[in-house]
Structure formats: C-alpha cells, structure tokens
Design a protein around this ligand. Sequence first.
Ligand code: ASP
Length: 337
Amino acid sequence: MTRKHIALLYTGGTIGMAQTAQGYAPMPDFDRVLAGLLSRPGDELPRYTLHAYVRPIDSSNATPQDWQTIARDIAARYADYDGFVVLHGTDTMTYTASALSFMLQGLRKPVILTGSQVPLSLARSDAAQNLVTALQLAASDAIHEVAICFGQRLLRGNRATKISTERFDAFDTPNHPALATIGIHARLDHNALLPRPAVEAFELPDYPEAAVLPVRFAPGLPLRYVQSILDLQPEAVILQCYGAGNLPDRDPALLRMLGEASARGTVVVACSQAQQGRVSIGAYAVGSGMAAAGIVGAGDMTFEAIYTKLHHLLARGLAPDAVRGALARDLAGEISA
Ligand code: ASP
C-alpha cells in the first residue's frame, strides 16, 4: 500500500507560538521544530507537505476572509493529497471548521483541524499528540468531513464549541457524539461519521463583511441596544435567547422591532444560550409571538454553525426567504432532523 500524502496547512495559533516579552506570539522557526517532531523513526506517520502561511495569526484575528483563504487553498490542492490537516488557533477553530464544512460540501477526504493549548515549544505541550493523531486520522479512508482532533476525541467541526481554556480536551460537541475516542488507539464511531458522498460539491462564494450580527440577551437588556443593532441593517441577526428559544415579552416593542426588521428583509434567527438541546419557538407563552414576527429557530446548531452558515447562504446570494428555509436544512451534518 502506498504511503498516504497529507497537506499540512499552518495558519497560526498557540501550537506554533513561543514566549515573548508581550506574551505568546508566532515563532519564526516553526517548520524546523515541526520537522524534528515528525521525523522520529518508528512513528507510523503518513508523508506530509507543509504549507505555512506567510503571516501566521492568532485566530482571534481571523475573519470570514481567512476561512475563505483556507477553503480555497484546500480546494486548489484537493487532487494532490489524500487528506488535509489545518493547524489553527483554538479560539476560533470552531468557526473555521464550520465555515470549511459549508464551503467543502460533499468532501470525500478528511480535513482535520488541530492546534494546542500549550505551544509545541514547551515541555508540557499537548501539540505533539494532537498533531500526530491528526496526521494519522487525515490518512483514514473512513472520514469524509471536516473534523477537529483535540485531546482525547475527534469531533465534527460544525458541531463543536470551545468549552475550556484550561483542559487539554478544549472542545465538545454537545449535540452530537464524538467521531472517535483517542487513547492508545483512535477508535472511530462509524455511526457518528458522515457517509462517503457520491461527489464533491464545493461552494466557494465571496463571503460578505459585517452581514451577520449577534444579540445576546441578558435580564434587563435595554431595547434601544437591540434597536441600535437593527439600525445597522445587517442581512441577518442571531438572537441568543434563553432556554428553548425564549425572549422577554414584557415590552411588546421588542417583537415589534424584530418583526419590522424581518419585514424589511433581515433574517432574524433564534438560538439558545444553553449549549445542549434544541430551540423550539413557541413552546412557552413568552415565545409565542416570535414566529409571527418572522423569527426562525436554529434547531440544535451551535452558534458557530449558525454564524458561518448564514455567511455562506448570504454569500450565495439567496433571498431572505430562501435563507430562512435553507438555514433549517442539513448541509454538512450540522443540524439534526
Ligand atoms: N489565541 C490563540 C489562538 O486562537 C489560542 C490558541 O491557539 O489556543 O490563536
């Protein structure tokens, strides 16, 4: 059997950082350190080719344009490799993973994102294990999706959220089982993985800027704050509601302003601040007017999946009603039926 060949895209993040006077910052000789780690004899690793970005970033600086650059780099090299590993900061890894899943629909090769909580240059780093496991999983014939390999699990990228700044298991997928558990062996859960699609159907439209704005509710949030967001005339607003998708109905002005925004063509989406479970608008009396105001529920999608999916649907040029309809449809395993 020929040795698999993996493209290793280094975009930045803690994994490639070193301590500086200002705190952690990307280190200049990461490729050399990486080569040292991956050339140890005895490890059963696929062959890899490193594509290091000229300016590695802290992922807190990532924008939708960065998601696009990574997706387009993978698409451009798709035929040349058996799988892809993307080294990325943990802070916004779940956004990038979600966006990649929507751009690289119909994926038939693994795209595995990983990084680390502690830089590769430090003795107690989790980087080596994450990276080596990610490379091995990127050589698997059973994975046909964008996934995050981190700590002791492989997780679906567009179901994942960062849950810890401390733990080596920094991510979780509260509404989906892990794709694999990683111990001495990586054990794939074939029921949790996406099936191999018939054909790739990549979509790489230009993503809009500042088109999707979130509003996180908290008790007593002034309505003029919500109105000030709507006055910016975003193409979509994500309401981070309570529980099963509830908003306060103390002041009818809230639903009125949201209804007016929907009628003007803003897509208004309700998700929950709770991590696990799904939104069901109208389950409680306080939420009963939401559907009439044109607000659509986000099912059991993560905030990251909703945010990136809206960017994707809007970039495709869909009209507001088409975006509302498509939001609830499964594109890449991000939402349950
Ligand atoms: N701030 C870093 C980043 O997201 C954190 C990390 O990589 O863990 O790039």
